[in-house]
Write a protein that binds this ligand. Structure first.
Ligand code: GRF
Length: 227
């Protein structure tokens, strides 16, 4: 039986959090991973990835940010960092496959190796999955397999769970269902609203997304410390 180490620590907002597997300093050497980030909204996870790269904690570079919503704040965050942005408004495409075809073309144009869905609010199709097999990563605000789909934080509150969290996983066709890379648990407090709970979950999202990208890449590159 293999025992996976886990870490319990007090995070910046003073609530204990459990992260598994333990986050190790990045040992990913060699050519930086070429990331393409897909985002629909605020982009705080995009920012977390960019900051981890700048801090030397993630051996990667963001080639392009693709966003589908003209209002997405993620776009301004990318522009501020000099990262190319491409708006692909889903309303301009008749079928999901058409949008994904354009996404694939754009990602290939920017020589993207890994696709990071950082708050990407569109269902993926086989078109995207076939172009980047096992190279698409998503972050979701629950401990999967609980609370798949939209409004995961609200779902957790409605059911009354006492612990929820976030999950970084590989993307497959079935929504929020691919292989899990890293999870962080977050306690639900008695007076939590969707906003307060989501804010606490997001602190953990920002912690686990960058190392989860490293873990996925290590697995692909066949390193001994891969999960
Ligand atoms: C996050 O909670 C993520 O888990 C979910 O969408 C949210 C995006 O937040 N998929 P942000 O845009 O990165 O701030």
């Amino acid at each position: 039986m293999t025992l996976h180490p886990v870490t319990v620590e007090f995070s910046p907002d003073s609530t204990p959090s459990l992260v598994s597997p333990t986050i190790m300093p990045s040992s990913l050497t060699g050519t930086p991973l070429k990331l393409g980030v897909l985002a629909s909204g605020n982009g705080s996870n995009f920012e977390a990835v960019a900051q981890a790269i700048e801090a030397g904690k993630l051996n990667a570079q963001i080639q392009v940010l693709i966003y589908n919503n003209p209002e997405a704040k993620a776009a301004a965050r990318a522009v501020n960092r000099g990262i190319p942005t491409v708006l692909l408004n889903h309303r301009d495409f008749q079928h999901r496959e058409d949008l994904d075809q354009q996404i694939v073309q754009t990602l290939q144009q920017y020589e993207v190796e890994w696709v990071i869905m950082a708050g990407w609010m569109r269902l993926v199709t086989q078109v995207l999955i076939d172009a980047f097999p096992d190279q698409i990563i998503n972050i979701h605000p629950s401990l999967l397999p609980s609370f798949r789909g939209v409004r995961a934080v609200e779902q957790a509150l409605a059911v009354g769970v006492k612990i929820t969290g976030c999950t970084v996983h590989l993307v497959c066709l079935e929504m929020d269902s691919g292989a899990i890379l890293l999870q962080a648990a977050v306690p639900v407090l008695a007076d939590d609203t969707p906003e307060t709970l989501h804010a606490r979950i997001q602190i953990q999202e920002h912690r686990i997304l960058p190392p989860a990208i490293t873990l996925a890449a290590q697995r692909t590159r066949g390193r001994p410390d891969a999960i």
